[in-house]
Design a binder for this molecule. Sequence first.
Ligand code: BDR
Ligand code: CA
Length: 315
Amino acid sequence: MQKRPFIIDCDTGTDDAIAIIAALYSEEVEVKAITSVNGNVEHKYVCHNNLNLMEYLDQKVPVAKGANMPFRDNGLHANDGTHGKTGLGDLTLPEAQHSEFDPRIASQLIHDVAVEEKGELELLVIGPMTNIAIALLQYPDLPGLIKHIWFMGGAAVGGNVNTTAEFNIWVDPEAAHVVMGSGIPMTMVGLDVTLKAAMIEEDAAELRACGTRAANFVADLLDYMFRRRDMGQEDALMHDALALGAALCPDCLVCKDCYVDIECFGQYTRGHTAVDLKGRSGKKPNVSVALEIDVPMFRRWLVDAVKKSAKLGDK
Ligand code: BDR
Ligand code: CA
């Protein structure tokens, strides 16, 4: 089978880590690189989480550093504790001993791989869009080299940081505005669907029974999320893995083509994704927006994707 080349741009992050693992073991995907961005936790933690995870899973995937702050440094290097102090909840991975960061910064690595893949590269963007916007501004040929962007961010209705903004877009609205205007085909997987994408204890039990290192680590992350949920915080929501699900299990979502842009100025609405659901702007749709989800189908797909670590001979 011809594998689909992907780069994952992420702010790992508990749910980012699960999305990365699902991609690593999905038979139809080849993860070409992982690029790190400030977001859920400080950039330095994101970088090390990504490098440590690759070594822990014995994966030879290049890991790059990226942007350590958004375009407009508004002091919002937010860490509200959702992902713990260093990004993986209350879990820590062994420090990588034999791995080095790729010498290229995220934007350069993205462009290099896009050129190598001759228009076939897909991006899974599951953190603030700073690295992608930098790459687009640096390399004017990039839009023609990217086949599709699958991103977790935004919401047609509502927000999770405030009443109108979702975290990834809220951290760097200017970057998201650049990406929305790039002309690259893209799919938005926002809170309209991700707030419903909760895993349950049975999923963790099935992963533990699988017993690979990858499956156990995902089960550990889920257990952290269940503890967090039981303390009244966020449920075990698979925001980021659902963006991968859009690419690999498209039947679990219903999407609609809409014009989408980003509010960069509003006093109360900065970071809002303005989704023209009814076509009132008269502007041509630029984003396929996920609006409905089949939760059992998504959970089945995600558990199965991680369990493929067994087939591939993981420990
Ligand atoms: C997004 O923000 C982060 O908490 C998650 O990793 C996800 O990418 C959800 O708003
Ligand atoms: Ca994320």
